[in-house]
Design a binder for this molecule. Sequence first.
Ligand SMILES: Cc1ncc(COP(=O)(O)O)c(C=O)c1O
Length: 398
Amino acid sequence: MVAQKMYELGTKRSGIREIFEFAMKRSAEVGPENVYDFSLGNPNVPSPEYIKEAIIDLITNMPATAVHSYTVAPGAMEVRETLARSINERFGMNITGNNLFMTSGAAAAITITFKALTEEDDEIIAFAPYFPEYKVFVENVGSKLVVVPAKVDDFQIDFEAFRAVINPHTKAVIVNSPNNPSGVIYSEETIKELAAILTEKSKEYGHPIFIIADEPYREIAYDGLEVPYIPKFYSNTIVCYSYSKSFSLPGERIGYIVVPNEVEDFGAVYGAVAGAARVLTHVNASSLFQLVVARCAGKPSDISQYEKNGKLLYDGLTAAGIKCLKPQGAFYLFPQALEEDDVAFCEKAKKYDLLFVPGSGFGCPGFVRLAYCVSEETIRRSLPVLKKFAKEEYGIEC
Ligand SMILES: Cc1ncc(COP(=O)(O)O)c(C=O)c1O
């Protein structure tokens, strides 16, 4: 009677949802201050004051029809021109509004790009650990997601494993840096090597293999670390950007796709992006928030609380004997579980009201994700509990 696949997607309880419900239940039982919920990637830093000021100014001083009307499908041209100038200034690009397509966040940008690029039998490669929704997005457009196993010593890319899976059906690779869930930034060296292999293989197979750069965490990078702007290293790159994290606007659904002129057959790719958006029922991205982000283009994001939280939690995990890479960006840590079975590890942690997400869902068993976009107080209170958990469950004395 209904599409079975859609029914399954709509009713299968996600692991993160289950953890969320458990957190609600435990908060009612023991008080929210005693539940250490590291499961959700929902920014806890409020959106900056300049966003609020822009919204108030726009809705007060612009005619309502100008603020709330439909825009052309790619987004208002003045908005795209403003964002293009900001991108050019920041990354030394040379794009115009004609290279931008405004979307309802990164999820829409990625799905539209997958749909625009792939046909039946095409494959998209992701590098573990990877954002689990990629699988849903890829399958939705009728293609196949191929996963390269993680390089767990540094969470850069395992190029040998990559070479083993790339094949003539590969249409694109999706790269997410700063990464959810590992918190790692792909180095310039990694991006250069990826670009070299893709150039070689595109030539060998006689068609371009695109990089899709999924960049919602671009601005959340610590210790002055640079996040390489991938179109500068590989011309067949399409960027999917979102303001969900940088401006803490996840509920407003605003982002964009960049298709630079250097992309092979630019006109066909941009046209296919517009067509894919159309069949996916995109009419236009929020007209108010197009104007808001154009007003605030290039303004700094305050990442100081995330940086502080990341360091605090990293020190706490390490002190409890749980191994972890130092936070580089985004707001996640991805430590190694204290046993092989990451799901069992998370279940044991739950007994201490420590809520983590198993790495298996990110294609990386044996690890767990902790989102530290929570209050600093939650992290501070969790530190002795982490130690108690490691000691009582795994006999680790620190
Ligand atoms: C890696 C990654 N890509 C894409 C998204 C989707 O972001 P948006 O809210 O812009 O749709 C997320 C959201 O958490 C993410 O972590």
